[in-house]
Design a protein around this ligand. Structure first.
Ligand code: GAP
Length: 457
């Protein structure tokens, strides 16, 4: 298996307009990124596919779109106000700041997950851990740092007007549990999903868009009868894994890792992460699937004093549903897809081509229409004008056809459609496949169906 340097992939994404540095003209803003012309399409395609597969095509599920700013009591109920923190330490010599658990893990290979700040101080001492930047062993004590972004609602900036940017989208689902039950005809088991922005003031964001402070989550909260939860847990681990596989990601780069007892949140009965072999690490989490039991509904019920139980219409039994949650960040899926798709090949003539083997369903541009020579532009334009009604296609008449192929290979366009002089006679065009580079003649009248079949997910 070929592996490419992460820097090479990142610079390709920047050069081709997938991702731009955030606020670039002002010198940027620490670890913020903007999605460019192609990146915004790739992101949209990923989100559309998720919505289609997890919400629309699944008869059990419905979707909502809840607000980012929520009543702060939400975060008391969930424990985020008290406990959603990482411990940080500063190097007293060079002033570098670290997440204590990461510092420990990178130096010793021992996980510090779930350790208190005091326990982490002890580990730093006992293992004589030094600052990776300056090599000195002189740290402040580890202290917790809440990851929620704070802001104010209304005109007064006082304690009463504090609100938080949500750190996860799922709480907007739990608080709407009764509303969805009331306005849908769903019975348990059923799921509520949503896609939206989440914010975390990460101490050490990094690895490009892997860990950022502003990101999009796609979360599904799937409610079921207690006792049925582990069955659904397995079901959703498989469904998420298959979704990734169907997007064309190579299985040799994927694994499912079950959390052991020590790693599990106190309210979770089971959690598994789908991980990808990113170029910058051995394995990085992409998708977390957790059996959250009845924790969230019970806590919101307790704090809001609103009954969030469910009455089974057949048996009249009343219970608090259990919840299985597959949760994924759009940026993580994006990064996995592009790392997996990026490739360099040497052609027979010795030329090198950079190609992104993106699944046609996620590729930003589905096909590029190329007149062989400018004289044929009006005829080729007609094809473009017709196809654009159905697909995001582009038109390119600049440079040799070979150059246009390379340009499209590099951005992952799966098909190039060339209108040549024979087209005037046979009403057909040459369709060139990005991956095999094989060309076939397709009747113009059949082009739409041809592309539809190829792009199908
Ligand atoms: N509601 C559960 C929850 O939010 P999580 O493991 O904290 O669980 C779920 O986050 C997913 O969100 C992760 O698997 C990852 O894909 C994505 N994610 C979390 N923090 C992120 C960050 N700082 N930057 C980018 N994606 C992030």
């Amino acid at each position: 298996m070929k592996r490419y340097a992460f820097d090479e992939i990142v610079s390709h994404l920047k050069n081709t307009g997938y991702v731009y540095q955030g606020s670039e003209i002002y010198g940027g803003l620490s670890n913020s990124w903007d999605f460019g012309i192609l990146g915004s399409y790739l992101k949209k395609n990923i989100k559309d596919l998720w919505w289609r597969e997890f919400i629309e095509k699944n008869p059990n599920n419905v979707g909502i779109d809840s607000a980012i700013l929520m009543n702060p009591k939400t975060w008391e109920a969930t424990g985020h106000l008290k406990g959603f923190s990482d411990s940080m330490v500063d190097c007293k010599e060079c002033k570098s700041r670290y997440r204590a658990d990461q510092l420990i893990e990178e130096a010793t290979g021992i996980s510090a997950d779930g350790k208190t700040p005091e326990e982490m101080d002890e580990m730093i001492e006992n293992h004589n851990i030094v600052c990776p930047k300056c090599g000195k062993h002189n740290f402040t004590n580890a202290r917790p740092f809440n990851l929620m972004f704070k802001t104010y609602i209304g005109t007064l900036e006082d304690a009463k007007s504090v609100v938080y940017l949500r750190p996860e989208t799922c709480q907007g689902i739990f608080v709407n549990f009764n509303n969805v039950l009331r306005t849908s005809r769903k019975k348990i088991p059923f799921g509520i999903g949503q896609i939206g922005k989440s914010f975390r003031n990460e101490i050490t964001p990094g690895n490009f868009i892997f860990r950022v402070r502003e990101f999009e989550q796609m979360e599904l909260e799937f409610f079921c009868e207690p006792g049925e939860d582990l069955k659904w847990f397995e079901y959703w681990v498989d469904a998420c894994y298959n979704f990734i596989k169907r997007m064309g990601v190579k299985e040799e780069n994927l694994r499912v890792r079950a959390h052991d007892q020590k790693e599990l949140s106190f309210y979770s009965k089971a959690t598994s992460d789908i991980e990808y072999a990113f170029p910058f690490t051995d394995w990085g989490e992409v998708w977390g699937i957790a059996d959250r039991t009845d924790y969230d509904l019970k806590r919101h019920s307790e704090y809001s004093k609103v009954n969030l139980n469910y009455r089974d219409p057949n048996t009249n039994e009343v219970y608090t549903p259990y919840c299985v949650e597959p949760s994924v960040g759009v940026e993580r899926l994006f990064l996995m897809i592009v790392c997996d798709a990026y490739d360099k090949e040497t052609l027979e003539n010795g030329e090198e081509r950079v190609v992104m083997h993106l699944h046609p369903a996620v590729a930003p541009v589905k096909a590029c229409i190329c007149p062989l020579v400018k004289k044929l532009t009006p005829n080729a334009r007609e094809i473009f004008d017709d196809l654009i009604n159905e697909f995001h296609v582009e038109f390119d008449e600049a440079g040799t056809v070979g150059k246009r192929y390379r340009r499209n290979d590099a951005i992952g366009t799966p098909y190039c459609i060339t209108y040549d002089f024979d087209s005037l006679e046979d009403n057909a065009v040459t369709v060139r496949d990005r991956d095999t580079m094989v060309q076939e003649r397709v009747k113009i009248a059949d082009l739409k169906d041809y592309l539809k079949k190829k792009i199908e997910f």
